[in-house]
Design a protein around this ligand. Structure first.
Ligand code: SAM
Length: 346
């Protein structure tokens, strides 16, 4: 009982915790509401009541990688593949701007069709709409990241997934944890706002390992942390794993807010896939960003990283207004402008 109060007070005061305190918070289900309330207070104090909306464009589900957890992995022969053309992506971004989004997020599998030249063409044309551009297209060489930055890209998302290197190498065959970390370092050097994050509830993952993840994200001084539950996809080797750790994901996200009070933290789509109110619950436990999907209906369902994506089948405008209503109903406001990371001196 007293330990919870003591740990939360320390976190609120110093925004720094020992690993054992983080493990305690992650494992304390009975008092999780106190943790969520503390994260909500810190969120309000540091980033305010605005919820920033990012228009998410999932432009290709073709991927050269074979991550065991992912529904668009190379070896999933049941996935129906698609790829939007550069001008189609630009047109969707223009629509997103018209709907009122201040940021467009371009996400895809690692699809080699999109050369640095094609990406630079896409980014520079989207920048003409006066929106922030976030890319989430995987591991690239420094020079490629530089080409996107030179074309005007503002932010880049690449989750470290887990800092347990053995687990990473088991789940991401053919990939290297060190190289993924190097991507984060290079993106920072190039002046991007850098987003990273993890999945929670991976097979073999422990609370100790999640605590290491949070400490890593803080040490890397990231600008955005996406934390979502692992949800098993039926057409992957992890189909029969448990996953779906909704509450543990919320606790992880709330601890992240305590440790990094001024960063942007999305209420992830995966949370909404497990609970119809998942994103709204997350917004009240430390999150301040939502990424509504603006991809056309026919492709959204095909970008199936995991089953149960919310609102699949609805129009993007309808989805946006539904989300706005829910945000206003909990007393929050819709963010204006780019909604980037504003650093606060601690
Ligand atoms: N290819 C890019 C990359 O690797 O960063 C971006 C796309 S990738 C599919 C986006 C994120 O989806 C991954 O970083 C991973 O955390 C998440 N993801 C994939 N499969 C998932 C699953 N079964 N459950 C929850 N999240 C998943």
């Amino acid at each position: 009982m007293f330990k919870m109060t003591e740990v939360l007070e320390k976190a609120i005061k110093t925004h720094s915790l020992e690993k054992e305190d983080i493990v305690f918070l992650l494992g304390n289900q009975s008092q999780e509401q106190d943790l969520f309330a503390a994260a909500d207070r810190v969120r309000k104090q540091f980033v305010g009541d605005e919820v920033h909306l990012r228009g998410l464009i999932e432009f290709s589900n073709i991927c050269k990688n074979n991550c065991l957890y992912c529904g668009i992995r190379r070896d999933n022969k049941q996935a129906q593949r698609y790829r939007l053309q550069p001008d189609e992506i630009i047109a969707l971004a223009s629509q997103a701007k018209n709907y009122g989004f201040g940021t467009v997020v371009l996400q895809s599998g690692e699809d080699l069709y999109f050369t640095p030249e094609k990406m630079a063409y896409i980014v520079s044309n989207i920048k003409k709409f006066d929106v922030a551009v976030t890319l989430s297209i995987g591991e690239k060489m420094y020079e490629e990241y530089k080409a996107y930055k030179d074309a005007g890209a503002d932010r880049y998302l690449i989750r470290i997934e887990t800092t347990d290197k053995d687990l990473y190498h088991r789940l991401d065959p053919g990939m290297s944890w060190e190289e993924r970390k190097e991507c984060l370092v290079n993106l920072r050097k190039l002046g991007y706002e850098v987003g990273s994050g993890i999945m929670v509830g991976l097979p073999g993952q422990t609370n100790e390992s999640i605590a290491d993840d949070l400490i890593f994200l803080k040490e890397m001084d990231i600008d955005m942390a996406g934390i979502g539950p692992f949800i098993p996809h039926p057409c992957t080797p992890l189909a029969n794993e448990e996953g779906r750790a909704f509450n543990l994901s919320l606790r992880t996200m709330a601890v992240m807010r305590l440790l990094m009070p001024d960063i942007n933290i999305p209420a992830t789509t995966a949370m909404e896939s497990l609970n119809p109110q998942g994103r709204i619950i997350a917004l009240q436990a430390g999150a301040n960003v939502i990424m509504p999907n603006v991809t056309d209906k026919e492709y959204r369902d095909l970008y199936e990283l995991y089953p149960g994506k919310p609102n699949a089948g609805e129009s993007s405008l309808a989805e946006r207004s539904q989300i706005c209503e829910k945000i206003l109903a909990i007393g929050r406001t819709i963010g204006k402008g780019y909604g980037g990371h504003k650093r606060v001196c601690l």
